[in-house]
Ligand binder design. Structure first.
Ligand code: GDP
Ligand code: MN
Length: 380
């Protein structure tokens, strides 16, 4: 789950990381009022869950409350990378003297969290990472030991931070580490962390991603979830406890088990097709869940065929087949469905589906090939 900038910065602030004064607004008038309260120059920042807002014109300075209102009006009517802007953050503008990148994420290959930092922070950090990766320093953290002081100093030294800022920078790094661990984040990032003309360090931007699997112990984050900013199909899937991720292809996938779902997507690609989604319906899925999964898959107009790949372990294949038929009666799909059932009572399950005039397959290879052909409209 991604948090908005304003939400991330509020959390940062609770952990002692300095942030600019400011508040979030849903209307231009509110933005004007906040600008009046703050006095002086403000920055109006679109709150959408994508990066690169600055380059898209979604971050703009305003010299007066009236200008703040005008700018907010414009930004609130924008779409940034297809996401409508519904809120703006109005912050006191900073006099930037330099921009630092500071972030913590999981390094899966190293099986450790990693702190990344660069003195070349700001809107071009992706380019820095590509063109001059040596400008980004990385320090891995042993999760059992946590961030040690010497490591925070290594980061400061690694980015050639002027000495007078070390103390604050090290405190901020410790703060960000606490944010990362205590909030169960998979990303906690400040870009830019600026040094102002007045010599202060301030987190101007904030980005956090929370591990969905840890949300159960953070009820406060579930309340922060911005449903406007998520694909409706993913919201629906969450309601039924389905893990669903929308993709761009045309073959809908309904599979039990995450590993099997990955395999299914791979094999569709191997035979020249393209999966429309990742979907794990989990173990022991009943007809309700299967119907919900069908509805979600079929709500995508790109879907030209569905590949159902179910391993009947504890749940027997004949039960699964009955569940599928019940679900189909409810959803009435108009695209061909290729079903591959294996496991306990597979044959009985397949017979039930064949009798209902569904396309069945015994092996995954067979199923994937049939689904690819079906998606091209050559099979019924
Ligand atoms: P992003 O483009 O989505 O990462 O949005 P950011 O919040 O990082 O803003 C983009 C850029 O706008 C920053 O890197 C700054 O250069 C600039 N910016 C943001 N806030 C201020 C501010 O208060 N004053 C000034 N002068 N520039 C700002
Ligand atoms: Mn940024």
């Amino acid at each position: 789950m991604k948090l908005h900038e304003y939400q991330s910065k509020q959390i940062f602030s609770r952990y002692g990381i300095p942030i600019p004064k400011g508040r979030v607004a849903s209307t231009a008038l509110e933005a004007k009022q906040i600008a009046e309260e703050l006095g002086g120059k403000v920055v109006i920042k679109s709150q959408v869950l994508v990066g690169g807002r600055g380059k898209a014109g979604g971050i703009r300075l305003a010299k007066s409350p009236t200008e703040a209102e005008e700018v907010a009006t414009q930004i609130l009517s924008m779409e940034i990378k297809d996401l409508p802007v519904r809120k703006v953050l109005v912050d006191e503008a900073a006099n930037i003297s330099s921009e630092i990148y500071l972030g913590i994420t999981n390094d899966r290959a190293a099986r450790k969290p990693v702190i990344m930092a660069s003195s070349a922070g700001g809107v071009d950090i992706e380019e820095v990472a590509q063109v001059s990766p040596e400008k980004i320093i990385k320090v891995h953290i042993d999760p059992l030991l946590g961030l040690r002081d010497y490591q925070a100093r290594d980061v400061a030294a690694g980015i050639d931070l002027p000495r007078e800022h070390w103390k604050t920078f090290i405190a901020i790094t410790h703060g960000l580490w606490k944010v990362y661990t205590e909030c169960d984040a998979t990303l906690a990032e400040i870009n830019p962390l600026v040094i102002t003309a007045e010599g202060q360090l301030i987190a101007l931007d904030g980005k956090m991603i929370i591990d969905d699997n840890a949300l159960f112990r953070h009820p406060e984050f579930s309340e922060m979830r911005d449903l406007d900013a998520e694909a409706p199909s993913e919201i629906e899937a969450r309601k039924y406890e389905l893990s669903f991720i929308k993709l761009d292809g045309d073959i809908g996938c309904m599979v039990n088990g995450a590993g099997l779902a990955m395999t299914t997507m791979d094999i569709i690609k191997l035979f020249g097709g393209n999966p429309a989604n990742f979907l794990d319906i989990g173990g022991g899925a009943n007809a309700d869940k299967v119907a919900a999964a069908f509805r979600i898959i079929l709500s995508d107009p790109n879907v030209k065929a569905v590949l159902l790949n179910v391993f009947g372990g504890i749940t027997r294949c004949d039960e699964v087949a009955h569940g599928i038929l019940t679900a189909m009666q409810e959803v009435k799909p108009k695209v061909p469905i290729v079903a591959r059932l294996v496991g306990t009572n597979a044959e009985e399950g397949r017979d039930i589906l064949t009798n209902a005039e569904m396309i069945t397959a015994e092996t995954l290879v067979d199923a994937a090939q049939k689904a690819v052909v079906a998606a091209k409209g050559d099979l019924r």
